[in-house]
Design a protein around this ligand. Sequence first.
Ligand code: MN
Length: 242
Amino acid sequence: MSATHFIADLHLVDDHAPAARRLAGYLAGPARDADALYVLGDLFDVWIGDDGSTARHAATLDAFRALADTGVPIYFMRGNRDFAVGPTFEARSRLRIIDDPTVLTLYGVPTLLAHGDVFCSDDVAHQLFRAKYTDARWRERRLALPLWLRRVVARRARRRSAAAKTTKPAYIMDVNRTTVAAMAAEYDVARIIHGHTHRPADHDDGIARHVLADWRPDRAEVLVVDRNGIRRAPLGAGGGFA
Ligand code: MN
């Protein structure tokens, strides 16, 4: 049966990472049967710009392109780690960049797609950063900085984020339910699919909220949506459905 696939939060470091190899197997395997594939952000652990990051991830971009060449439409939503993707990324991977959030009617069910950080409204510092990186003019100014400086900024940001994870209370790192409900009302949906929090789960408190799994060396998962509903499909080491 036809189905639409969703993944997020692979945090690929380079083409040699275990997750990158598993992804390549998936893109050449089960993904070819999908009606469409959506990547909802943080595919890369960091993307400092097409000029500085394309070479590290060339094989991954080509694997997406090979999937698109078979006729499967593929879409990418920027995450807070890979907001700097640009035209070279798009042309080479054939991933089409879509807005965060986007409403998609999936087999008759209006569904809000988001990276997910928009719901984490208790993390005020992150929301200040999000307001910047979702602004095209800010991204343009950032990309105008020399590559060496963007490398320094990215390294510092990752260090800060790692430190914050150990000190910020857990609830701040998760979604705010009031924000989730407000956005569901604003966009008139009863179903949400997102990533970012690394807390894979299927919630249903009036709004069905499906949180995508982050990929780890020993765990990878695709969210598969079809006419009958939603299921989580684990991937084996070779990228096939386990
Ligand atoms: Mn994220």
